[in-house]
Design a protein around this ligand. Structure first.
Ligand SMILES: Nc1ncnc2c1ncn2[C@@H]1O[C@H](COP(=O)(O)OP(=O)(O)OP(=O)(O)O)[C@@H](O)[C@H]1O
Ligand SMILES: O=P(O)(O)OC[C@@]1(O)O[C@H](CO)[C@@H](O)[C@@H]1O
Length: 302
């Protein structure tokens, strides 16, 4: 069973404005509202690909209730903790030529609610996969992902972490099965700027994270594809799918879901990388997260 954890779920409010003007009243051409937050996106795409999973995390207020209601309606299994105060954030995604994002801070997670999550995670069984994805609210310590992995280490769980900076860095000693930095995040960790056309340096930096504990390092590079350094030492490269970019929000999460679905289907890293790339591309070419038929169509082109 796969469990995703989203500490800071969101409603993603996507607005399209032709000529956005700062300081003026802008009217949008289109607006959409999606369930969001990285772990929730992973759950949605896994579900789309027919992989059973449950979405865990924290919700609050009427926005949190709306999130849960929508996820229930879409058949996603959820087991959220309802926070006593505040509201789940609304993240604004402004599309006007370029994409601009304003991500909310999110509600405070009190110690008792955090402990409630830990108790749910204690019930995971050997062979289960735990996906920790996205940022954490400012009220939490930066070592919270590390605390979770430390608590659960030795339990034969498969850890997947999609986060940036020290949140990611601190989990490396706990041997995560998969981490998925994009090339900018990888560069930040390695203390150097990385360009997608410098495959050799990207592979070197990914190997550096393996030396620090990660088992498989999947480096995504948006329209430039992806590179996977496997635990067996192989370096696999995959070009991106070709298509018109509509939306990059959730492409990385779709890639994580596609990779996990592909790996659970065939136990083969090359196929997992292809399905991950197809899912990431399919979301980039869709208005929201990709649907299964689109992922399958894109997969045929890779
Ligand atoms: N413009 C694009 N064209 C084709 N494929 C894309 C495009 N953008 C993203 N993808 C696919 O999705 C994968 C993940 O994208 P990206 O590297 O942007 O992840 P990310 O930075 O984690 O994104 P996000 O945080 O927005 O979810 C890429 O490796 C690629 O396969
Ligand atoms: O603020 P975080 O947790 O880093 O990112 C949150 C977020 O931008 O990530 C998802 C796309 O990956 C969106 O659904 C969501 O709004």
């Amino acid at each position: 069973m796969i469990y995703t954890v989203t500490f800071n779920p969101a409603l993603d409010y996507v607005v399209r404005v032709t000529d956005f003007r700062l300081g003026a009243t802008n009217r949008c051409e289109r607006e959409e509202l999606y369930c969001g937050g990285k772990g929730i996106n992973v759950s949605l795409v896994l579900h789309e690909l027919g992989i059973q999973n449950a979405a865990l995390g924290f919700i609050a207020g009427f926005t949190g209730a709306a999130l849960k209601q929508e996820l229930d309606a879409r058949g996603i299994t959820t087991d959220f903790i309802l926070l006593p105060r505040g509201f789940s954030r609304i993240n604004v995604k402004l599309k006007s030529g370029e994409e601009t994002e304003i991500n909310g801070r999110g509600p405070q997670i009190d110690p008792r609610s955090l402990e409630a999550l830990y108790r749910k995670l204690d019930a995971l069984r050997p062979g289960d996969t735990l996906v920790l994805a996205g940022s954490i609210p400012a009220s939490l310590p930066a070592d919270v992902y590390e605390q979770i992995l430390r608590r659960l280490s030795g339990r034969e769980l498969r850890f997947v972490v999609d986060a940036a900076g020290s949140l990611l860095e601190r989990v490396l000693p706990y041997r995560p099965f998969l981490i998925k930095p994009n090339h900018h995040e990888l560069g930040e960790l390695a203390g150097t700027a990385l360009s997608p056309d410098d495959g050799e340096r990207i592979a070197q930096c990914a190997r550096g994270l393996q030396r620090r504990g990660a088992r498989n390092v999947l480096v995504s590079m948006a329209g430039f594809g992806a590179l996977l350094v496997t635990e067996t030492g192989e370096v696999l490269r995959q070009r991106a799918a070709q298509g018109a970019l509509k939306n990059s929000v959730g492409a990385g999460d779709s890639m994580v879901a596609g990779f996990l679905a592909g790996y659970s289907e065939k136990g083969d890293y090359r196929y997992a990388l292809r399905l991950g790339t197809a899912a990431g591309g399919a979301t980039a070419f869709s208005d929201g997260l990709a649907v299964r038929s689109c992922i399958e169509e894109v997969l045929k082109t890779l």
